[in-house]
Ligand binder design. Structure first.
Ligand code: GRG
Length: 299
């Protein structure tokens, strides 16, 4: 990165205001009336903490693509909560004994350790279902929003990525095969976040497409950094168990390319993500900065 466009804002500086907005939206939209108190408590627990990257992308993409005024706040809030609920459900289920079998998430006991396995499964189910309920009530664009999120969270994307990651289906060799897994398990939801934001902002098709590409490439970069942090990070920093990939003999960007190659790939993908924002002009500045800052994150 050259001197004149050295970022003056930190990752915290970008994400914290979005995070504060998100906590308001989450407390409004998470729990339906008549939800049993024990389930509501587990849903709250499983949605606390984290970087709030995906809802932040919804807010930033909505702002960047809304040419006049502000994107409709309720629709944006529903989308921000919906993408985070899908993310949280996937983490709860990923941590289960039948999957990754982990005891630590976001610096605390995982859901099945805290509430038992049955409640953890049901909490994940409730988060997943609530996400689509929120989009279904999002007004005129509801159908489009549901289609986008269903594609990102479904059997050809997020779940396919998990199936491949767990070696439950054949996968292609090499970095191409690995990136196909990353595209599905990580980038699909990150891209859906920017696309949902763009739809809320009433973006033209070229802008929606630019934000889709940005999200896809950013998602690939994000997963490469996640692979790197699994080697270099500590449990204290990450809030989850480091070193799991090598203990489980998982293919990662580091195993495929070596540490130096993985760092280069993350940088290159971050630059490609920022370049995809060209059609947004100056309105894409925060998202471009975010791509750069995320490659240097420590958790
Ligand atoms: C169980 C259907 C199902 C899917 C699980 C998301 C996932 C697929 C597995 C979790 C482990 C993993 C490496 C996922 C890839 C995406 C990723 C890097 C998640 C962590 O996202 P962060 O860092 O987490 O944004 P926080 O806690 O900050 O929200």
């Amino acid at each position: 990165m050259t001197q004149e466009n050295t970022p003056t804002r930190s990752l915290d500086g970008l994400l914290k205001p979005c995070g504060r907005r998100f906590e308001v939206d989450l407390s409004r939209w998470l729990v339906e009336p008549s939800t049993p108190a024990a389930l509501a408590a587990a849903m709250r627990y499983c949605t606390e903490g984290g970087k709030r990257l995906r809802p932040s992308l919804v807010y930033l993409a909505a702002e960047a693509s809304c040419a006049a005024g502000r994107a409709p706040e309720e629709m944006v809030g529903r989308c921000a909560v919906a993408v985070e609920l899908i993310h949280c459900y996937s983490l709860v289920h990923d941590d289960l004994p039948a999957m990754d079998d982990d005891a630590l998430r976001r610096g605390r006991a995982t859901a099945h350790v805290k509430f038992g396995e049955a409640m953890a499964i049901l909490t994940g189910d409730a988060l997943l279902t609530r996400a689509f309920g929120l989009l279904g009530g999002a007004g005129l664009c509801a159908g489009r929003l549901v289609d986008e999120l269903a594609a990102a969270a479904g059997g050809a994307a997020l779940i396919a990525g998990q199936v491949a990651d767990m070696n439950l289906c054949p996968t292609a060799e090499g970095i191409e095969g690995l990136q196909d897994i990353h595209r599905r398990k990580t980038a699909s939801l990150i891209s859906a976040s920017t696309v949902l934001g763009a739809i809320c902002g009433g973006a033209a098709d070229t802008i929606v497409q630019a934000l889709r590409t940005y999200g896809q490439v950013l998602g690939l970069a994000f997963q490469v950094v996640d692979d790197i942090l699994d080697v270099t990070g500590s449990a204290g920093e990450l809030g989850k168990t480091p070193g799991k990939d090598s203990r489980q003999a998982k293919r990662t960007a580091v195993t495929e390319l070596g540490m130096e190659g993985a760092v280069e790939l993350a940088d290159s993908l971050a630059r490609q993500a920022a370049a995809a924002l060209a059609p947004l002009g100056a309105r894409g500045a925060d998202l471009a900065l975010l791509a750069d800052l995320l490659t240097r994150r420590t958790n």
